[in-house]
Design a protein around this ligand. Structure first.
Ligand SMILES: Cc1cc2nc3c(=O)[nH]c(=O)nc-3n(C[C@H](O)[C@H](O)[C@H](O)COP(=O)(O)OP(=O)(O)OC[C@H]3O[C@@H](n4cnc5c(N)ncnc54)[C@H](O)[C@@H]3O)c2cc1C
Length: 333
């Protein structure tokens, strides 16, 4: 029997995690001509009918009606205002490294904060040796980590090797080696659907394990509080952590990192899955990695259904064996 389990703000009792940001339900009677209006009224870059498999590291997922890629805060603001006016459903993503999209894809607009939304700047902090690094949400986390290392700024080395965008990392409160994004942040800038920009300092932010409470707002920028340090030592630390990742994680097969959250007060999810005898188990083209049991990998032919089925199988087997229901860390769209 599946044990009773709690669900967080975004979780459903079946373990499916709902979007952190975004969409209102597609409004009834929504103007079917919205694509034309979007094309005419918004100047930014858009890809139409684009398979989400292209944009997600699991390499599965049906088509999004539109993928809009704002290149500036102003373009993002005008896009969100227009989508609200047209009554079009939207959802923000970063690099899709923590996303499982269904075969149905998304019948609205995926707002992707990407490479053009990625400026980094450095400012003095209040104390000696402190630096504040301000970065736009579309910047890749690895680019930020490398930039900080080159500037001799320490504090983000733990994030070396975590794929995805800065916005995604902040929303996910991404972490590794006992550190999380929330610990190094100074403040986060959000965009409300109303168009208002809200700046919140760390003390006002609600971080928890792999989650930041965003109240449905879009992360547009983040400011990190770092320390001046020795460039060579910082670069060496990053390189060492990257090597350790390579040794412990599957290489060459599409995945989304750890698929399940580690349950509180119990062995890590990967250990539970391994001890339930599931390492290497396949469902269609999806497989519990032979290298690390908390990674579900795409052996080349996986479908979203394969991943969802394998997720459920793992949840049931682990629940049968250990009485705990694993919650997905991956967000399901
Ligand atoms: C090989 C591999 C290793 C990984 N290792 C780690 C690890 O060590 N630690 C770890 O924590 N994670 C890890 N991950 C998971 C993933 O990289 C992180 O969760 C990452 O921070 C997600 O960033 P993203 O930009 O890809 O977000 P996406 O996957 O695009 O989005 C994730 C969620 O955030 C929301 N979101 C994204 N951007 C914004 C924004 N600007 N504003 C509001 N909401 C937004 C999306 O709607 C979605 O709900 C790994 C993944 C892979 C593939």
């Amino acid at each position: 029997m599946v044990p009773a389990r709690a669900c967080n703000l975004h979780g459903r009792p079946d373990g499916v995690v709902l979007p952190v940001t975004g969409p209102r339900k597609m409004q009834k009677g929504m103007d079917k001509g919205w694509p034309e209006q979007l094309r005419t009224l918004w100047p930014g870059e858009i890809e139409w009918d684009s398979p989400m498999a292209r944009w997600c590291t699991l390499q599965v997922g049906g088509p999004a009606k539109a993928i809009a890629m704002p290149a500036s805060r102003e373009e993002l603001q005008s896009l969100i205002a227009l989508l609200a006016r047209l009554g079009v459903s939207w959802r923000v993503i970063g690099r899709g490294s923590n996303l499982l999209v269904s075969d149905a894809g998304y019948d609205g607009v995926i707002v992707m904060l990407g490479r053009k939304f990625a400026a980094i700047s450095q400012h003095p902090g209040e104390k000696a040796g402190e630096r504040r690094v301000r970065v736009e949400a579309g910047c890749s986390l690895m680019k930020l980590v490398n930039w900080c290392a080159r500037q001799g700024l320490q504090g983000l080395e733990f994030a070396a090797g975590i794929p995805g965008s800065v916005g995604g990392a902040v929303v996910m409160n991404a972490g590794a080696w006992g550190m999380e994004m929330g610990e190094t942040l100074f403040s986060v800038s959000f965009l409300r659907e109303s168009g208002e920009i809200v700046d919140r300092e760390k003390e006002a932010l609600l971080f928890s394990y792999r989650h930041l409470e965003t109240e449905g707002m879009i992360v547009v920028a983040a400011e990190f509080l770092l320390q001046a340090g020795d460039r060579q030592l910082i670069e060496r630390k990053c390189a060492q952590l990257m090597r350790e990742r390579k040794e412990k994680q599957p290489q060459g097969l599409a995945n989304a990192g750890s698929f399940f959250k580690n349950p509180a007060g119990l062995p890590a999810a990967g250990k539970l899955i391994q001890d339930a005898g599931l390492k290497g188990v396949c469902l269609g083209g999806a497989q519990v990695s032979e290298v690390h049991a908390n990674f579900l990998v795409n052996t080349g032919t996986a479908t979203p259904q394969d991943f969802l089925g394998l997720m459920r199988l793992v949840q049931e087997k682990v629940a049968e064996r250990f009485g705990v229901w694993l919650e997905p860390e991956v967000h399901i769209l």
